[in-house]
Ligand binder design. Structure first.
Ligand SMILES: [Zn+2]
Ligand SMILES: [Zn+2]
Length: 352
């Protein structure tokens, strides 16, 4: 019986190359379409705000202690005034259908000087006769991000999460810190929590799926990035970029502004920030962070728009340098006195 020839007709090499090229283009278009679709699904908001730049004479110029900017009707950015605290930290309030989230509580405890809790409670919508439940969390345990905690515990329907490492791990149920992710459910709004230690061991960052805002605390901001553990910092940057690379980010919002519009740092503890840089950073800034940390020399490095420094190491190096100078000075004085004594003795002998 004669067998039929089922051989597949050969496809010309040029044709397969063309087909592969078309497939690549289609895949790239699909990815672009997916990204723009994800971005278009974000609830929009505005960063059209001029932050109060403090004053050269805080005693003479009365400033409102807190500035509130509505990014959108359910997302608020609060900033403590530079005249109230040179730290001038940013605080974020996200309102969901069942719960609201306050990220950080600022640097001032006294409600008479900084009416944080009353300002936040006024921004919360009423849930029937009661205000929406409020959860107060922190990017990390440094005092300028949690001093305002004490204004909240006596209020009803408010929970304040502890700032120490055990409380953070326990609350978010991180069993393999700093690996893993956690979520905070605000009803119709989900927020991802990503461990980002390196500036501080308790640091976490927050990604709001609703707006695409990434709240990065002191981990990433237009300010000095103070590194206390560079390998942990790098691992955090890699962890955050791996999580966010394929997710839409509208803005990266950090804890402070310490740079002017030209990228120069304001002096330490300055209460006057003329021509301040904008708060918001971009997804590209986040994606550039691992390379910047890799280039960090352990003391002070400027890499692109990043200013990285390890204040503890700089302090130790300066102390060692000052010690060496002091020893050299003491030795020079001792040598000088010895020579003078020898010279006097030989002069006395010549006179005899
Ligand atoms: Zn800090
Ligand atoms: Zn801070």
């Amino acid at each position: 019986m004669a067998t039929k020839n089922h051989a597949v007709p050969a496809i010309p090499i040029g044709y397969t190359t063309c087909l592969r090229h078309t497939l690549h283009v289609l895949l790239a278009l699909g990815t672009l379409l997916e990204a723009s679709l994800a971005r278009s699904q974000l609830v929009p908001g505005s960063m059209d705000v001029h932050w109060n730049g403090g004053s050269q004479d805080c005693k003479a110029v009365v400033q409102p202690p807190i500035q509130v900017h509505a990014y959108n009707p359910r997302t608020f950015i609060l900033r403590e005034n530079l005249c109230a605290t040179f730290e001038a930290p940013f605080i974020y309030l996200l309102v969901g259908s069942t719960k609201a989230l306050l990220i950080d509580s600022g640097d001032v405890a006294d409600p008479k000087l900084m009416p944080l809790a009353s300002t936040v409670m006024q921004l919360l919508p009423a849930d029937g006769p009661r205000k929406t439940a409020l959860l107060v969390v922190h990017t990390h345990r440094h005092l300028d991000h949690r001093a305002g905690d004490e204004q909240f515990p006596h209020l009803s329907n408010v929970q304040v999460v502890g700032f120490d490492i055990d409380s953070v791990r326990h609350f978010y149920n991180f069993t393999d810190w700093p690996n893993g992710l956690a979520q905070i459910n605000l009803g119709d709004r989900m927020v991802d929590v990503i461990p980002t230690p390196g500036h501080n061991e308790t640091e976490v960052s927050f990604y709001d799926r609703n707006t695409g805002l990434f709240f990065s605390g002191d981990f990433l901001m237009p300010a000095r990035l103070l590194v206390s553990d560079s390998s942990a910092y790098l691992a955090s940057a890699q962890r955050a970029t791996a999580f966010l690379r394929d997710r839409p980010i509208s803005f990266v919002l950090g804890g402070h502004i310490e740079l002017d519009a030209d990228g120069e740092t304001f002096p330490w503890e300055s209460q006057y920030h003329p021509n301040e840089q904008v708060l918001q950073m971009t997804k590209d800034d986040l994606l550039a962070l691992p390379a910047a940390i890799t280039s960090f020399n352990g003391f002070y490095t400027r890499s692109g728009k990043f200013v990285l420094m390890d204040p503890m190491r700089i302090l130790i190096a300066l102390s060692v340098f000052a010690g060496v100078i002091l020893i050299a000075l003491v030795m020079a004085v001792v040598l000088y006195l010895r020579r003078r004594r020898v010279a006097r003795k030989s002069y006395a002998r010549v006179e005899i």
